[in-house]
Design a binder for this molecule. Structure first.
Ligand code: NAD
Ligand code: ZN
Length: 344
């Protein structure tokens, strides 16, 4: 197919991306072209947009959280039906190192050499986009492809962080969710579905807390100077066996370390730039800290499966190309409830 399409592209470091007309890309050997259904706006995009010098060679089409319908396949691709809906696993690895053969392409041993979706290669904020290999496609089945888009980054990342720590959560254990945004609102639901934990959610905006309650959080707290004491009181002084920090600044990391139970686990998911001093006596006894990055292909299948079962539902705000800049500004201010998703 020849012709042009819209793409939301980062053109110059330090400037907001722009909607530009570019040629519709042709799938090369082994590649697949999708017609975009939805592309989520992730808080991580703001780091990419504001990076100067840029993280990746420019120009670059944004959008690492995307779904679409099979539109064309390149030479050698078999077994896909035009028009079927798929989501994209975004953390493209080499496919052949020890990590990738296990499906853990998020920790590909050649990661620096294999540019990922919207992290080196053009992403999904375009009318059409290219996926480098069918192994990076997950079938959506009966899911609404727009509502499924947030699963592709927010969902997989949450599933990864929860699945690898779930053994710590017994009946009566507490899981603390810090930041009920795009990732956090899915985390409340994934914790509910996969673990018996009592869930405490904390945010600085009351609307996010109301949403957390609706989604199944057992207790919600407005962040403030008393947060640590409130969490201690809610956990009979024990603290939380798992803390998922979706902010990651100095304040939230301090809160996390101060409310973690002995033997507990802190997953620093948010890229807020905070620092946490770790040595004996700054952390509870036997505690551990992780920095999960995206997830494995299996984590994505679990996230999609939970959505197909109705256990997890993304709260989606649909926006058009013309609203992207204003929507990113709202995301920067923490004002987006759930996930904003670009629809063409
Ligand atoms: P978001 O803006 O949708 O959500 C952030 C939430 O945190 C908002 O509800 C906001 O009100 C709340 N918040 C902000 N400061 C707070 C504070 N001090 N105390 C309590 N709540 C506070 O962002 P998102 O898209 O959900 O992303 C969350 C973080 O995760 C970002 O830092 C993003 O870059 C990161 N991220 C990491 C990975 C990974 O692989 N590790 C993947 C995706 C996103
Ligand atoms: Zn993301």
């Amino acid at each position: 197919m020849s012709g042009t399409m819209r793409a939301y592209r980062l053109l110059k470091a330090g400037r907001m991306p722009e909607v530009v007309e570019v040629p519709i890309p042709e799938p090369g050997p082994g590649q697949v072209r999708l017609r975009m259904a939805g592309a989520g706006l992730c808080h991580s995009d703001l780091l990419v947009i504001h990076a100067d010098p840029p993280f990746f060679p420019l120009p670059l089409t944004m959008g690492h959280e995307a779904t679409g319908w099979i539109d064309a396949v390149g030479p050698g691709v078999e077994g896909l039906t035009l028009g079927d809906a798929y989501g994209v696993y975004f953390s493209w690895g080499c496919g052949s190192c020890r990590a990738c053969v296990k499906g853990a392409e998020n920790v590909c041993e050649r990661a620096g050499l294999t540019p990922g979706f919207a992290t080196g290669r053009d992403g999904g904020m375009a009318d059409y986009f290219i996926v480098d290999d069918p192994r990076h496609l997950v079938p959506l089945g009966s899911l609404d492809p727009v509502e499924a888009a947030p699963l592709m980054c927010a969902g997989i990342t949450v599933a990864h962080a929860v699945r690898r720590t779930a053994a710590l959560l017994e009946p009566g254990s507490v899981a603390l969710v810090i930041g009920v945004g795009g990732l956090g609102h899915l985390a409340v639901q994934v914790l509910k579905a996969l673990t018996p934990a009592t869930i405490i959610a904390i945010d600085r905006l009351p609307a996010k807390l109301a949403q957390a309650t609706d989604l199944g959080a057992d207790h919600v707290l407005l962040s403030g100077s008393d947060s640590a004491a409130e969490i201690r009181a809610l956990t009979d002084g024990r603290g939380a066996a798992l803390v998922l920090d979706f902010v990651g600044n100095d304040a939230t990391l301090g809160l996390a370390a101060g409310t973690l139970a002995q033997g507990g686990r802190l997953e620093i998911v948010g890229v807020g730039g905070g620092m946490l001093p770790i040595r004996f006596h700054t952390m509870p006894r036997d505690a551990s800290v992780g920095t999960p990055y995206a997830g494995t292909l299996d984590d994505l299948r679990v996230a999609v499966g939970l959505a197909q079962d109705g256990a997890v539902q993304s709260d989606v705000l649909r926006v058009g190309y013309a609203e992207l800049a204003a929507t990113y500004a709202r995301l920067d201010a923490g004002e987006i409830k759930g996930r904003a998703v670009l629809v063409p």
